[in-house]
Design a protein around this ligand. Structure first.
Ligand SMILES: Cc1cc2nc3c(=O)[nH]c(=O)nc-3n(C[C@H](O)[C@H](O)[C@H](O)COP(=O)(O)OP(=O)(O)OC[C@H]3O[C@@H](n4cnc5c(N)ncnc54)[C@H](O)[C@@H]3O)c2cc1C
Length: 374
């Protein structure tokens, strides 16, 4: 049974946000930055954030050339270019909010390795540059084929390299740790190990029901407004929403002697990506090899994908170089049907937001700003 004091001080909030990933924390911080007096609570099922935000590759990117061209096929030019702009603006907002040092921000640029299959995309490079000039004020992409040899890639497979000086990298763990510190400094309450099971709308407030057994107490929290930021796990709360999970496999090597490259690298429309981290190579992707199995919220390894990553690492990225895998893991992304951010205002009091489609580092700050108003 709850005491008078518990009922009086712990149950009622102005805003409740479910999910403490980068989007949930960005939303909570935006609310507090705009309204210092608001009582804001974030609920997190894990002991720390356990979705995509602590598992990702830490690319501060906005889409490689082949990825942008694939997006144009699905979304059309105008929606794609505005998405690129939102991603780029989102990265700048994240940097401003937390500070470059606190997120391990480093700018070594971004590169795309072009294989035979995508050589035709180079024909569209100058038109994409022109269309994105209003975002970057100069050419965003240029060809840098000399990097194939300089970086030690397999010259029989990599046919061209595209460079963008506007892409950067962050330290994902540092960024999320700093984000929690920042949220705490604003007076945002974060309850971890706390799964929101469901909610129910009343006339003037929303009730949020917490799963679990807190000494037999049935915990019902209430807020004037609820934001559901649970990404790939949203269907547990809102079964009808069209967000599909997509598992991503990542591995990291032990430090590689004389590693020749720095920066973030894309291959094959963003389906593969790698980067340096303190002389290690972080390499991920391969979901496109087995889309069906990877549409899962289970943090399990797909051996077929993992062995493909190891093969590509030794044949394309580090040919003839010795390396050892230190660790591999999976993370779960959320995907909307058309790859656009989902802002679903279920009512005046409840919104479900899923910004990311594999690019939440870039998009979350911008989307959070939009959904929290002035
Ligand atoms: C392997 C991988 C690599 C990636 N690489 C990049 C990259 O380089 N650059 C980039 O921009 N993006 C990348 N992404 C995508 C990016 O990580 C995501 O878009 C972003 O983290 C999504 O943030 P989020 O807050 O929406 O969701 P999440 O981080 O998934 O957060 C959702 C949170 O909600 C919690 N939760 C779920 N259900 C409940 C509940 N019922 N009650 C309470 N809490 C709940 C979860 O525990 C989780 O912490 C990558 C993703 C993966 C998986």
């Amino acid at each position: 049974m709850l005491s008078f004091w518990e009922k009086n001080s712990f149950l009622n909030y102005d805003f409740i946000i479910i999910g403490s990933g980068i989007l949930g924390l960005s939303t909570a911080c935006c609310i507090k930055e705009k309204n210092k007096k608001a009582k804001v609570l974030v609920l997190e099922e894990g002991i720390f954030p356990t979705g995509a935000s602590t598992k990702n590759a830490g690319f501060a990117c906005f889409g490689s050339l082949t990825e942008i061209l694939a997006d144009i096929k699905n979304l059309g030019e105008s929606a794609t270019f505005s998405l690129v702009e939102k991603r780029y603006k989102g990265i700048q907002k994240l940097r401003q909010r937390l500070g470059d040092k606190n997120i391990g921000y480093e700018n070594y640029g971004g590169f795309e390795l072009i294989m035979n299959k995508h050589m035709h995309c180079l024909d569209q490079l100058s038109s994409i540059n022109k269309n994105l000039n209003h975002v970057f004020s100069e050419d965003v992409f240029s060809i840098r084929n000399e990097k194939i040899k300089e970086f030690g890639f397999n010259e029989s497979q990599v046919k061209a390299v595209i460079f963008s000086k506007f892409e950067s990298q962050i330290d994902t763990g540092k960024m999320m740790y700093s984000f929690i510190d920042y949220a705490n400094s604003l007076g945002i309450r974060i309850l971890t190990g706390c799964e929101a099971a469901s909610y129910s709308e009343k006339e003037n407030y929303v009730k949020v029901f917490i799963k679990g057994n807190d000494a037999g107490n049935k915990i019902e929290l209430s807020a004037k407004k609820l934001f559901i930021c649970t990404n790939a796990f949203t269907n547990k709360i809102l079964p009808d929403i069209n967000i599909k999970p997509g598992r991503g496999q990542v591995l990291i090597t032990k430090p590689v002697e004389n590693l020749k490259f720095k920066g973030v690298f894309h291959i094959d429309e963003g389906f593969y990506y790698f980067r340096n981290f303190e002389n290690r190579v972080l390499f991920g992707g391969g979901r496109n090899l087995d889309f069906e199995t990877e549409e899962s919220t289970e943090f399990a390894v797909n051996e077929k994908i993992l062995s493909d990553l190891k093969k590509k690492l030794s044949e394309i990225i580090l040919p003839g170089q010795n390396f050892e895998i230190d660790l591999s893991w999976t993370g779960i992304m959320g995907f909307s049907k058309n790859r656009l951010p989902v802002v679903n205002n279920i009512s005046d009091r409840v919104a479900c937001v899923m910004s990311c489609n594999g690019m939440g580092v870039a998009l979350s700050s911008e989307i959070a700003d939009e959904i929290t108003g002035k």
